[in-house]
Design a protein around this ligand. Structure first.
Ligand SMILES: NC(=O)C1=CN([C@@H]2O[C@H](COP(=O)(O)OP(=O)(O)OC[C@H]3O[C@@H](n4cnc5c(N)ncnc54)[C@H](OP(=O)(O)O)[C@@H]3O)[C@@H](O)[C@H]2O)C=CC1
Ligand SMILES: O=C(O)CCC(=O)C(=O)O
Ligand SMILES: [Mg+2]
Length: 432
């Protein structure tokens, strides 16, 4: 078994934070994790596009110095560990990283390494923008109306990993604890002997830092609304509390920048519906962000039936996981759905696609690398390298217009030429 020593590229420099702002040298060291399954294919394609975009935008004055760090199957194969401490340390020390997808077995085995990274680095925002590129095949009539940005809470909820396996000693201890201390709640468990147990923590701090990031984003990017998505009618003290804390934070910290349903309701109670509508219209015309909420099940319908009503979305971990894949479907699928895990306080960020390892396509040079490339685009924007990021968006538009696309788009697009994963990268590079 090889021993693990990371060798930082000798000509690169670390990104740092000063006075709460990222300081990005022209030669930043950026750790990358190749990923499992299709990860190596899409990484090989993505890194070429990212390097070419930076080279062409800055005429060679800026250059990323990539540093491979290990996780998942490759780390286990080479170093007999799934997530080496050195990887977590590198992501922490170099601040900004990028990764391919990592496999998580279902129903047993190791816990998610993706979730572990988010928790260990306390990257509390999972940022997943969903927008349509002209010409991308979509199952909905008006995919252009989809322009949403999901802020998914990334460290809490059922993903905290507090679970007890049915029949195990821990489950028995936990069930006894419930029985003795909370007999009324225990009585609600229909089949206690044969139940596995999961615990769902949702905190005020966790909610507030997520919602604050979402409101800040909405303000900076001049977005119209923020919808708090929750299942607070059923899970009152977790998801219901998320909704309550979100509104309270908005009203307390952003009184001049937001307008909420609560404000509308107050005006309506005093002066009637017409007056309330008028005050709301005036507030929104001045650029205030409209803060509203929606229950998770109806949200999944309404993002389809009236997408124009949704803009920035703040939601809990599991809702955000479901919602991001569902929304990706409306704009061409998971093959071009990017994301980033971010701690806006420390600056730590790991960018990664929304999709998984798609193992049936591993090593076929087939899948769409767009999601990882667009995650890289988000990363470049996060670094402040907007020219390179813009170049990638323009190249994506041009590649799709030319209809030279990977299998996922080609199977739905009339007159398309199917290209391989690596060839799609070539098409993008031609268009930079
Ligand atoms: N952040 C991460 O690292 C994530 C990891 N995972 C992990 O990935 C593994 C597999 O998960 P699974 O649920 O199958 O989901 P995947 O996202 O890996 O794949 C599901 C389907 O999505 C489509 N797809 C995925 N990636 C692409 C791409 N790049 N281009 C085009 N189409 C794509 C394929 O559809 P089609 O069959 O129609 O061609 C594929 O069969 C699991 O272990 C899971 O835990 C899952 C999500 C995120
Ligand atoms: O960690 C995993 O394997 C799945 C994660 C996931 O689905 C996501 O991040 O969207
Ligand atoms: Mg997911």
């Amino acid at each position: 078994m090889a021993s693990l020593t990371l060798n930082p590229p000798p000509n690169g420099s670390a990104i740092t934070v000063q006075n709460g702002k990222l300081v990005v040298p022209d030669n930043p060291i950026i750790p990358f994790i190749e990923g499992d399954g299709t990860g190596p294919d899409i990484w090989r394609a993505a890194v070429r596009v990212l390097d070419a975009a930076v080279a062409s935008a800055y005429s060679g004055q800026k250059k990323i110095h990539w540093m491979e760090v290990y996780a998942g199957e490759k780390a286990n194969r080479l170093f007999d560990t799934w997530l080496p401490d050195e990887t977590v340390e590198a992501c922490k020390n170099y601040l900004v990283s990028i990764k391919g997808p990592l496999t998580t077995p279902v129903g047993g085995g190791i816990s998610s390494l993706n979730v572990a990274l988010r928790q260990l680095l306390d990257m509390y925002v999972c940022l997943r923008p969903v927008r349509w590129f002209k010409g991308v095949p979509s199952p909905v009539k008006n995919p252009g109306a989809v322009d949403m940005v999901i802020f998914r809470e990334n460290t809490e909820d059922i993903y905290a990993g507090i679970e007890f396996e049915q029949g195990g000693d821990e489950a028995k201890i936990f069930l006894n604890l419930l029985k003795e201390n909370f007999p009324k709640q225990y009585a609600k468990i229909r089949f206690p002997e044969s139940s596995g147990i999961g615990v769902k923590p949702v905190s005020r701090e966790g909610t507030e830092r997520l919602v604050r990031s979402a409101i800040d984003y909405a303000i900076v990017n001049k977005r119209k609304s923020l919808t708090i998505v929750h299942k607070g009618n059923i899970m009152k003290y977790t998801e219901g509390a998320f909704r309550k804390w979100a509104y309270e934070l908005a009203e307390r910290e952003y009184p001049e920048q937001i307008y909420t349903w609560g404000h509308w309701e107050k005006t309506r109670a005093e002066f009637g519906v017409e007056a309330a509508n008028k005050v709301q219209a005036e507030a929104l015309a001045k650029g205030r962000i409209f803060i509203k909420d929606a229950i998770a099940d109806i949200t999944l319908q309404q993002v389809l039936t009236r997408p124009e009503d949704f803009d920035v979305i703040a939601t809990l971990n599991l809702n955000g996981d479901y919602l991001s894949d569902a929304l990706a479907a409306q704009v061409g699928g998971i093959g071009i759905a990017p994301g980033g895990n971010i701690n806006y306080q420390t600056g730590t960020a790991v960018f990664e696609a929304t999709h998984g390892t798609a193992p049936k396509y591993a090593d076929l040079d087939k899948v769409n690398p767009g999601s990882l490339i667009l995650s890289g685009e988000m990363m470049l924007r996060y670094l402040g390298w907007t020219e390179a990021a813009d170049a990638i968006i323009n190249a994506m538009d041009a590649a799709i217009s030319s209809k030279r696309v990977t299998y996922d788009f080609a199977r739905l697009m009339d007159g398309a030429t199917e290209v391989k994963c690596s060839e799609f990268a070539d098409v993008l590079i031609e268009n930079l």
